[in-house]
Design a protein around this ligand. Sequence first.
Ligand code: SF4
Length: 254
Amino acid sequence: MSVSVLSFTHDTTAEELKRVSDEFENASPEAILRWAGEEFGPDIAVATGFGAEGCVLIAMLSGIGAGARIFYLDTDLLFPETYALRDRLEARYGVRFERRATRVSLSDQAVEYGERLWERQPDLCCRLRKVEPLKEMLTGLQAWVTAIRREQSPARANIDLVERDDRFGLIKINPLATWSTSDVWDYIAKHDVPHNPLHDHGYPSIGCAPCTTPVQIGEDSRAGRWRGTSKTECGLHPAGKEKLKDVEGPGSTA
Ligand code: SF4
């Protein structure tokens, strides 16, 4: 598939990016991944939190033979099932995931900020354990690939397939943006993709163990994250209001 704009720079305008994204609206995620690999070469990395969508991307990358860098943010607070899944994916697809983490151990964090910071100041905890390591990982790259989808939550409903990520200063590619939950699970079933067993126990979205609960029928897939608080995102992707503001005016965030 050919796309009009083939050389992204810091001067690439929001309109140009939007045009590229729109051209991909009916493309397969594999086509977008192939294009991204050709466009950005070694200056791109794929992020995964080992959710169902992340597992799909890993399987697709293996299928198209893309030797992409794939990294995950290890908060030291992931579920045991998630660490086990990481190992199963490595064995199945012959990949080695790059681990990115804060240099602040949980015990040092407790000394500095008090025990169970996630219960009192989840934004600070996410900043220390997710956002800062991500920032470090993305420094020097031109683009990153995420597994987020529009259908996952109202905050993600307006994401583009290719967009500028002003928060981290690079291009963000969301190849699964247009996929439905059924698309994800059909792919997993068809290709026998390893996935987290917690998905079978009411956890459609799985983050850190202290901040993730099962969801009830009728709730959106991320309702179990930071339940009982107004927080909806870790800070890696924009919350809905930020995104709407970006669509309506200057600037954009991720
Ligand atoms: Fe901390 Fe919870 Fe954020 Fe994980 S999801 S980094 S435990 S606040």
